[in-house]
Design a protein around this ligand. Structure first.
Ligand SMILES: [Zn+2]
Length: 216
C-alpha cells in the first residue's frame, strides 16, 4: 500500500542517464503532484516572455549558467504556489550547496531518492540519445527508437546526436555531478529521508524500486 495521506515533498537525484526524469514523471502520475524542475521553469518563463524569462534567455544564449540566486528565486516562487502545498517532485534541483541551503529555507523534503548508475553506464546510455534537428523530440537507439532510423516520428526531420550527448561532454557533466551534487546527499542522509536506488535495469524494474521508498 502506498501511503497517500501525508504530503510527498520528493526530490530526485541521479547522474545524467539515470532515468531520473522518467521516474519523476511516474511519481507525478502516482501522487498527482506537480513536477518542478528549473529547466521547465526556465522554458516556461522564456515562452511567456516575462521579464525574468527575457533575463534567463539572454543568460542561456550567452552560453552562461543561470546564477544560483536567479534559480533559487524561481524555484521558491514555484514551490510557494498552491498546487505544491500537498507535495511536489523536484528534479534537477538543488545542484550545489548554495541551492540546497536556499531550498531548506523554503521547504522540508520528505523523500530524497538517489538513482545510482555507474559512470560507464551513464555514458553508454546517453551516447545512444538522438534528437530531432527540427522539433527537438528525443529518441534513444535502444529504449525509444524512431520508427524509421534517423528520422523523427513526429515531423519527419533528421535525428542528430547533440554535442551535449557526446562522451566527452557527458564525462564533463558527470564530474560536476560527483563534485558538486553528490556531496549534498549526505545532508539528507543525516535527516533520515534518503533512499538509494539501483538505477540499472529496465525502467519498470527501477520504478518498482522507486515505489518501494513509499511503502512503510
Ligand atoms: Zn521532429
Amino acid at each position: 500500500m502506498v501511503d497517500e495521506t501525508t504530503p510527498k515533498k520528493i526530490c530526485l537525484f541521479g547522474p545524467q542517464g539515470s532515468g531520473k526524469g522518467t521516474q519523476a514523471e511516474r511519481l507525478v502520475g502516482l501522487f498527482g503532484v506537480p513536477h518542478v524542475s528549473p529547466g521547465n521553469i526556465f522554458r516556461q518563463a522564456v515562452a511567456e516572455g516575462s521579464e525574468l524569462g527575457l533575463k534567463v534567455e539572454s543568460i542561456i544564449n550567452s552560453g552562461s549558467l543561470v546564477p544560483d540566486e536567479v534559480t533559487n528565486q524561481l524555484v521558491k516562487e514555484r514551490l510557494e504556489l498552491e498546487d505544491c502545498l500537498d507535495g511536489f517532485v523536484l528534479d534537477g534541483y538543488p545542484r550545489n550547496e548554495v541551492q540546497a541551503v536556499a531550498l531548506d529555507e523554503v521547504s522540508t523534503l520528505t523523500h530524497v531518492i538517489v538513482i545510482e548508475i555507474p559512470d560507464e553506464e551513464s555514458i553508454s546510455r546517453i551516447s545512444m540519445r538522438r534528437t530531432c534537428s527540427n522539433c527537438g523530440m528525443t529518441y534513444h537507439l535502444q529504449s525509444k527508437p524512431s520508427k524509421v532510423e534517423g528520422v523523427c516520428d513526429s515531423c519527419g526531420s533528421e535525428l542528430v546526436q547533440r554535442d551535449d550527448d557526446k562522451p566527452e561532454a557527458i564525462r564533463h557533466r558527470l564530474n560536476i555531478y560527483h563534485q558538486e551534487t553528490e556531496p549534498l546527499i549526505k545532508r539528507y542522509e543525516d535527516r533520515g529521508v534518503l533512499h538509494r536506488i539501483d538505477g540499472r535495469g529496465s525502467i519498470d524494474a527501477v520504478w518498482e524500486r522507486v515505489q518501494s521508498c513509499f511503502f512503510s
